[in-house]
Write a protein that binds this ligand. Structure first.
Ligand code: FNR
Length: 199
């Protein structure tokens, strides 16, 4: 982190209009700690990963990919809210992560990150979240694991206005955001070459 203000990028793993995960991200945006803001970036225009469309085969990456990479490069941390599809990370989100993981200048490297999830099932995306650990490890990211935010039976946890009615989940979400802020504040500033990309 280079200045006093902390910027997050929020990513939802669901493209659905009524998505509980997108709702959870919006709730998080209202519970951010002091001096923290969040831009929610959609992954809906990211094409399927194809090395022919990536550098160096292509002169430039697809615009939606460039936009997402730049937003993440400029951010101090990432907050992911995702459903679990077939006990794992939804394909669209994994595809977006694959795009931004490529290259020496990947903005994921050393980036603080927190993942949470909402599911209509009873396990609240725990298996999806476990699968993210491998990605965080490979990309040398700085994950915030605790507290876990696992919103099970999400169809019963929001009111008609999209407010989260589960007070325990709200408490854990607040603590998670504080933990992400703390991770950002205590993570050393990345190398000069990385900062050149971020500028
Ligand atoms: C699901 N769902 C689901 N739920 C779960 O708890 N574990 C799972 O493995 C799966 N698998 C799964 C696969 C696919 C292809 C779909 C479409 C759905 C149900 C899922 O939790 C539910 O649809 C959520 O509401 C999706 O999140 P959003 O879209 O509300 O954010």
């Amino acid at each position: 982190m280079k200045n006093d203000h902390i910027r997050l990028v929020g990513l939802s793993g669901s493209l659905r209009k009524g998505s509980y995960n997108s709702l959870l991200l919006k709730v998080a945006a209202q519970l951010l700690p002091a001096d923290v803001t969040m831009d929610i970036v959609s992954i809906e225009d990211i094409p399927l990963y194809n090395a022919d469309l990536d550098l160096p085969a292509a002169h430039q990456r697809p615009p939606a990919v460039e936009y997402l990479r730049n937003m993440i490069a400029k951010a101090d941390g990432i907050l992911i809210s995702s459903p679990e599809y077939n006990y794992s990370i939804p394909g669209g989100l994994k595809n977006a992560i694959d795009w931004i993981s490529r290259g020496e200048d990947s903005p994921l490297k050393h980036k603080p990150v927190a993942v949470m999830g909402a599911s209509s099932g009873l396990w609240g995306t725990v298996r999806m979240q476990m699968d993210f650990h491998a990605i965080f490890l490979y990309m040398d990211m700085k994950p915030v694991y605790k507290p876990e935010v696992l919103l099970a039976q999400a169809d019963k946890k929001f009111d008609a206005r999209g407010n989260l009615t589960d007070e325990t989940a709200k408490k854990f979400l607040k603590q998670k955001l504080e933990a992400l802020k703390e991770m950002i504040l205590t993570t050393p500033v990345p190398s000069e070459e990385y900062n050149a990309v971020k500028a």
